[in-house]
Ligand binder design. Structure first.
Ligand SMILES: NC(=O)C1=CN([C@@H]2O[C@H](COP(=O)(O)OP(=O)(O)OC[C@H]3O[C@@H](n4cnc5c(N)ncnc54)[C@H](O)[C@@H]3O)[C@@H](O)[C@H]2O)C=CC1
Ligand SMILES: O=C(O)CCC(=O)C(=O)O
Length: 425
């Protein structure tokens, strides 16, 4: 019998504190009432379960599963499920709150939630992962629901896991409920365009920011950290729009080519190499993967994990523009130095909102029992992303604050107004 290992103690900055510091600044700028402030600083619901799973060797291992609903005032909670070895309750709390702000920034009728299971999917067999997804779903059967809390993929999960979740939920309810989860395979009611949606939103917001900074995409260079769903799609779509992607990285290391990496070649290599770039010969491997963040490029896209730009390395950041594909890649302590350096940041709750936007479209299609074309999905999500960018930019100019604080202001204002009208507390 293996026991749940204790929650890891991170030596990095706490994403929950980073989220709260920015929330505090925006709340003060807005003059948020104390009542609403107190409601929003605490998650509405936090569920922690232990999940005993029979592993392939016949032994039972117990995993910790978490789901946090930060807010459901704007609608059902929405947010992904992360499978990773360092999942931590504070991280999930921060990620859930970021979902509330993100959905409000792009004006879709959802609250914020997030889930996680502390496990290492890279060391588990497909059968073990399937049993874990099913156990997690059953443990959360009263939490999830198409009108309550709708999960989706995040790091370490994808369409396969969403299919098992939908199947387990539907069996428990005695009827097929495809709107309980988004990011499903197409044949189960997934939406065209969802797989690439987050990377596409990163591309749309990067181009909008480059226009403001007068950076010509055809003369621009870019580095992307993380080569999973978000990073690889962002790389491919930015390359398609003329940028030279000089560096990409994943868990195996960082890869640099001053002449530009052929992204389609890198994706094909990764797909045939158990999901990693290890051994990729279209670029030189950097001795320290963190060097990628310090390259002199026009656009830097952190699209892997939290807290990679911190006070420890922020002085060495050389990009003109940072577009946050990941959630929380920049710690609060790095914000001020980035701003002082004059680097524009398109913050996570705006830049990576294309994923949840198309998840919303998927849910709408499931409820209509209808399918939209890829052209319709992309046109609508591009429009939403561009409008959200323009609104945040306007607020940033009006209040004289960086884009990140402006995005929090837009989001918190919307949530606060909803409380004002709904009342009830
Ligand atoms: N999948 C989605 O639709 C959305 C994802 N996000 C965020 O984007 C980020 C990435 O998510 P996905 O692409 O979905 O995950 P994924 O699991 O598909 O890919 C993660 C990638 O990051 C790499 N990675 C992990 N640790 C790393 C490190 N320390 N340094 C460099 N690379 C590292 C992995 O090797 C992999 O290439 C996460 O922060 C997630 O919360 C945000 C919005 C939506
Ligand atoms: O697609 C979704 O519903 C949520 C995606 C997500 O977890 C995120 O935006 O961080």
């Amino acid at each position: 019998m293996a026991y749940i290992e204790p929650a890891p103690i991170k030596d990095k900055e706490n994403p929950l504190e980073s989220m709260m510091e920015r929330f505090n600044i925006a709340a003060e700028k807005l003059g948020l009432s104390e009542e609403v402030y107190n409601v929003l600083k605490n998650p509405a619901k936090q569920v922690i379960v232990s999940l005993p799973i029979t592993m392939d060797n016949g032994k039972i291992k117990v995993f910790e599963g978490i789901r946090v609903v930060h807010s459901n005032i704007l609608g059902p909670a929405k947010g992904g499920i992360r499978f990773a070895p360092d999942v931590h309750i504070d991280e999930v709390r921060a990620l859930a709150a970021w979902m509330t702000w993100k959905c409000a920034v792009v004006d879709i009728p959802y609250g914020g939630g997030k889930g996680g299971v502390r496990c290492n999917p890279r060391e588990m067999s497909p059968g073990e992962i399937e049993r874990l997804v099913r156990a997690y779903t059953l443990a959360m059967i009263d939490v999830f629901g198409p009108d309550k809390d709708i999960p989706a993929p995040d790091m370490g999960t994808g369409p396969k896991e969403m299919a098992w979740l939908m199947d387990e939920y539907s069996k428990a309810k005695g009827t097929t409920v495809n709107a309980v989860v988004t990011g499903k395979p197409l044949v189960l009611g997934g939406s065209l365009g969802r797989t690439e949606a987050t990377g596409r939103g990163v591309m749309v917001s990067a181009l909008a920011a480059m226009e403001k900074l007068k950076i010509n995409p055809f003369q621009a260079t870019c580095a992307v950290q993380g080569f999973g769903n978000v990073g690889s799609w962002a790389s491919a779509l930015l390359e398609e729009r003329g940028l030279k992607v000089v560096a990409v990285s994943d868990i195996s290391g960082a890869y640099y080519n001053a002449n530009g990496i052929n992204i389609q070649k890198a994706i094909a290599y990764r797909d045939g190499n158990k999901g990693t770039l290890e051994g990729f010969d279209g670029a030189e491997k950097l001795s320290d993967p963190m060097e990628l963040l310090e390259l002199k490029v026009d656009v830097l896209v952190p699209a892997a994990v939290e807290d990679v730009i911190t006070k420890a390395n922020v002085d060495k950041i050389n990009a003109r523009l940072i577009v946050e594909g990941a959630n929380g890649p920049t710690s609060f302590n790095a914000d001020k130095i980035i701003n002082d350096k004059g680097i524009m940041v398109v913050p996570d709750i705006l830049a990576n909102a294309g994923g949840v936007t198309v998840s919303y479209f998927e849910w709408v299609q499931n409820r209509l029992g209808y399918k939209w074309t890829a052209e319709r999905v992309n046109r609508r999500s591009d429009r939403i992303m561009k409008e959200a960018f323009d609104q945040v930019y306007k607020v940033s100019v009006k209040h004289g604050v960086p884009m990140r604080i402006a995005a929090y202001i837009v989001a918190i204002d919307k949530v606060a107004q909803t409380y004002q009208f709904r009342g009830g507390f």
